[in-house]
Design a binder for this molecule. Sequence first.
Ligand SMILES: Cc1cc2nc3c(=O)[nH]c(=O)nc-3n(C[C@H](O)[C@H](O)[C@H](O)COP(=O)(O)O)c2cc1C
Length: 204
Amino acid sequence: MKNVLQINSSILGEHSVSKSLSDYAADLLSQHRGAKITIRETGGLPHLTGETLAAFSNTSEALDAEGKALVETSNELIDEVKAADTIILGVPTYNFFIPSQLKSYLDFIARAGVTFKYTETGPVGLLDDKTVYVINASGGVYHATGEDLVGPYIEKIMGFIGIQDVHFVRAEGLALDQGANKESIITQAKNRLKEMLAVDEVTA
Ligand SMILES: Cc1cc2nc3c(=O)[nH]c(=O)nc-3n(C[C@H](O)[C@H](O)[C@H](O)COP(=O)(O)O)c2cc1C
């Protein structure tokens, strides 16, 4: 584990639970595994549009400046993912799903002919396999009750671009009991991260 890409998608800044847990995981990996951390915020990316899609698939005609900028943004995001062997993906649950900022990010990295291709037997992911640690924070409880929409989607889209090794750490139920258990849920998630990342001593 050398190059870690930390992807933050919360809108809550320093109050974000998924970001603070992702920071914790990144600190563990840099302090105990000597990993280099690259941070990507998903905020600010535009929604996918017909023009963007046309720019992504333009192989012959010259692109205008706007099209070029969109392709460059997408290429930069994909290069970051390619350079990473490990990804820490912070995912808040908003309105039962992932933040729209993260969806835009995924729309910019799922590109036909670049990160996946269509074959006669179906789509094939083109990214080398990597390990992804998904840190999902939610006010309610979904995974434990079998009603999780976020986890299955993240597994599906990662597999689609070729990434099969996906692990989840969940901080669920943060808003239950008027938030009384929040600290213990966060502590449990940190302990799970230490276990998963096989880090014994903790200074982070
Ligand atoms: C706009 C918004 C929508 C939310 N929707 C849900 C939801 O559908 N289900 C849920 O369990 N919690 C929901 N929550 C609570 C968040 O999941 C919780 O605050 C969590 O900590 C978000 O992760 P973050 O702190 O990293 O942003 C919502 C919070 C916000 C701000």
